[in-house]
Structure formats: structure tokens, C-alpha cells
Design a protein around this ligand. Structure first.
Ligand SMILES: Cc1ncc(COP(=O)(O)O)c(C=O)c1O
Length: 383
């Protein structure tokens, strides 16, 4: 699988990719190279193709009966993450955001604060706004050794009365895989305040070689995990995710309304069962390709001392601090205009006016040739 998939990725053609109907490839004019929204450009896993094709051949696009979904996830979590979730506490939902919403509705009340580490995936802020919950920013520390959790900052947010922690693990946009020790410290602080942690683990399958992932549920019972195959196997459009409760949070799973359980699609359920059972080595091949794109980013950054970044330990997203480059507060706008490269503007990942300006999020989940073209275009503006 690895050799053929890597060769297919190397051969990706921007013209063909522009034929896709996803926002990544259709939002901007044809001369713009997209390195923004969190999708990879890679061919889908054969197991996904088969599951979707089989559902279509059965004319099977009605409401799902997700038998076997939770068990398939539990089997994968056991093999890949050393975690044994209880399938009886896993509830299907349409997507990760729906699962986070369902959990936060039960665990918090309108007006409550929810701590989120920033920079944060921008829809987290929108979700909390919609739910009438307050986002309590918990800024990460950009240390020379990499991004760090500020445990005193977490404690301060909880002392000030926040009622839940929304953890992103691994973290979008900085790509950190939190260590077991860091997560145990988060769990201790949350438990001291009697506050549950909702852990979004959708990026966890895409671990860099050598990184070790710790499911939050293995360090704290007072937690709810939300996950899916949408990032790992690159199928957010298939609509299927799981909210996985623990014994202490079983009431959260029980409270997920029937209408939400009906929202996953049959192809999404079937593809999830298929890849969680056996994806034929696709994920491993993608992970080893992403090791190479991450290394390419690291090499590019080494040549650009004014660009500050930590290439991360999972996924294909990286935070670039461009404040020393002179591109101003909104380098994404400058680079879209002058480099014809689409990136996510950093200030959308935070709430405090001073944060995120001068930064961008880069998606390196493309082919090495296209990634080199992205860097060459950015170089043309930086020089
Ligand atoms: C951390 C994180 N959570 C949730 C999502 C959205 O997942 P879904 O489309 O399954 O709601 C994303 C998408 O990029 C993400 O990065």
C-alpha cells in the first residue's frame, strides 16, 4: 500500500483537484493554491470506496442502523491507542461538532464558561456562542521546545468559574500531541474543580512516527470523547461520528436525542466500520507521507529564521508565526493576494484581539511537489 499510495500522492495534479466540489479546491480562483481548510488531497482508502459503492449498489441511503459501529471503534481504539471504550457508552452522531454540542449541552448550562486552549479551531467559538456558553481562552505557550499547556492558566479559568474544558487532542492548529503527563495534570486540575473534560480526538489517527497518543478517557473518568474517521481517513463529507462517554458521564450518552442518532449517513457508518476494522494499511501509508510533508515544512522553516513554527507531532496542520516577516497583521490576506496561496488567517483562531495577528495556519496535507510550490510562492513574497 505505502509505495503505490505515495506514488499516487506524488502524482497529484492541481488541475484535477480543482474538479473537486469541496470548499478547499473550489472557493478560490484557479491560480490560487489552497493550503487552508482541514482536508487532505490524497486518494481515499479503497475500504472507503468499497463501503460507499456497496451502499449505493444496495440503494441504501436511508436512516442508519449503526450496528457494529461502536464495536468497530472500540476494536480500533484497543489496537491503536490501548484504550478499551465501552461500546454501550458510544453514541452515533452526525459529525464531531454535533457530538461536542451534544456533550456541552448536557455538561454545562447557558451562561457557563468553557475553557478552550487557544489558538483554537474557530468553529469551537461559534459553537459556544450558539449554545450561549462563554469561551474562556486558555492561551498555549509557544516555547522554543514547542507548544506547551499553561496549567496555571487552566487553573485560573476554572477558579474563575468555568464549568467544562473543551480539549483538542491532538491540537488543531498547532499539531501538538499532549503527553500522558500533561493530560494527567489537566485531569487533576479539572477533577479538583469537579469539572468535566470534553476531548475532541478527531486528529488522533494521524500520529507522526514516534509520537505517542494518550486518550483522555484513560486518564480521567469525568470525560467525554468525540471522534470519527473524518480527519484520519479524510471523509468529513460522509457524516458519521461517535460520542463516547465514560461510566461517570454515562448520562451524557443517554441524553443524546434520537434525532441526532439518526443523522449519520449509511455510507458514513459503513465506511467507519470498514476502516476501523481493517483499512488495508491506508492510514499507515498516509502517516508516513505526512512525516515527509512535516519534514519538508521543518526544512523550509529552518531556511526562514523569521518564520516561527513547530512542525507538530500529528496531522497536517501547522501554525506559522509570521510577525517577524513584515507581512503585517493579516499575512493570509497578503499571501492570498501576492503569492496566490490560500491559508487560514491566525486571528480567527482566537478571541483576544492581540492574539493570532501576524500568524496563519498552513495545511501541508498535499503532495510534496504541490507543497514545494506553496513554499516557493510564499518565498516569492518574503524575499
Ligand atoms: C479539532 C476539530 N474538531 C472538529 C472538526 C470538525 O469535524 P466534523 O466535520 O466531523 O464536525 C475539525 C475539522 O477540521 C477539527 O479540526
Amino acid at each position: 500500500m505505502e509505495g503505490t499510495l505515495h506514488a499516487a500522492i506524488d502524482a497529484l495534479d492541481a488541475e484535477r483537484l480543482r474538479g473537486r466540489r469541496t470548499m478547499k479546491w473550489s472557493r478560490y480562483p484557479a491560480d490560487v493554491l489552497p493550503a487552508w481548510v482541514a482536508e487532505m488531497d490524497y486518494p481515499l482508502a479503497p475500504a472507503v470506496h468499497r463501503a460507499v459503492r456497496d451502499a449505493l449498489q444496495r440503494d441504501d441511503l436511508g436512516y442508519p442502523e449503526p450496528d457494529g459501529l461502536a464495536e468497530a471503534f472500540a476494536g480500533w481504539a484497543q489496537r491503536a491507542q490501548g484504550w478499551t471504550p465501552d461500546p454501550a457508552l458510544a453514541v452515533p452522531v452526525a459529525d464531531v461538532m454535533a457530538g461536542l454540542e451534544a456533550a456541552l449541552r448536557v455538561l454545562t448550562a447557558p451562561g457557563d464558561g468553557v475553557v478552550i486552549a487557544t489558538p483554537a479551531y474557530p468553529p469551537f467559538f461559534a459553537l459556544l456562542d450558539d449554545l450561549g456558553r462563554r469561551a474562556v481562552p486558555w492561551p498555549l505557550r509557544d516555547a522554543d521546545s514547542g507548544w506547551q499547556l499553561d496549567l496555571d492558566g487552566l487553573n485560573a479559568g476554572l477558579v474563575a468559574g468555568a464549568r467544562a474544558v473543551l480539549l483538542c487532542s491532538p491540537h488543531n492548529p498547532v499539531g501538538r500531541v499532549w503527553s500522558a503527563d500533561e493530560l494527567r495534570a489537566v485531569a487533576r486540575i479539572a477533577e479538583r474543580h469537579g469539572v468535566p473534560v470534553v476531548s475532541d480526538e478527531v486528529h488522533a489517527p494521524l500520529l507522526a512516527t514516534g509520537a505517542r497518543f494518550t486518550p483522555f478517557a484513560t486518564v480521567s473518568d469525568n470525560s467525554v470523547t468525540v471522534t470519527s474517521i473524518s480527519k484520519g481517513w479524510n471523509v468529513p463529507g460522509l457524516k458519521c461520528a461517535l460520542l463516547v462517554a465514560q461510566p461517570a458521564t454515562a448520562h451524557v450518552a443517554a441524553a443524546v436525542p434520537e434525532r441526532e442518532r439518526l443523522r449519520p449517513s449509511v455510507p458514513g457508518v459503513e465506511a467507519s466500520i470498514a476502516v476501523w476494522t481493517d483499512d488495508g494499511g491506508w492510514l499507515d501509508a498516509v502517516r508516513s507521507y505526512l512525516d515527509r510533508t512535516r519534514a519538508e515544512l521543518a526544512a523550509w522553516a529552518r531556511e526562514h529564521p523569521r518564520v516561527r513554527t513547530h512542525p507538530g507531532q500529528a496531522g497536517y496542520l501547522a501554525w506559522l508565526d509570521l510577525r517577524a516577516t513584515g507581512l503585517g497583521d493579516d499575512p493570509a490576506a497578503v499571501l492570498l493576494d501576492r503569492a496566490r496561496v490560500a491559508l487560514n488567517p491566525g486571528h480567527t483562531f482566537t478571541r483576544r484581539a492581540a492574539d493570532g495577528h501576524g500568524c496563519v495556519r498552513l495545511n501541508h496535507g498535499t503532495s510534496l511537489p504541490l507543497l514545494r510550490e506553496v513554499f516557493a510562492r510564499i518565498d516569492g513574497v518574503l524575499e
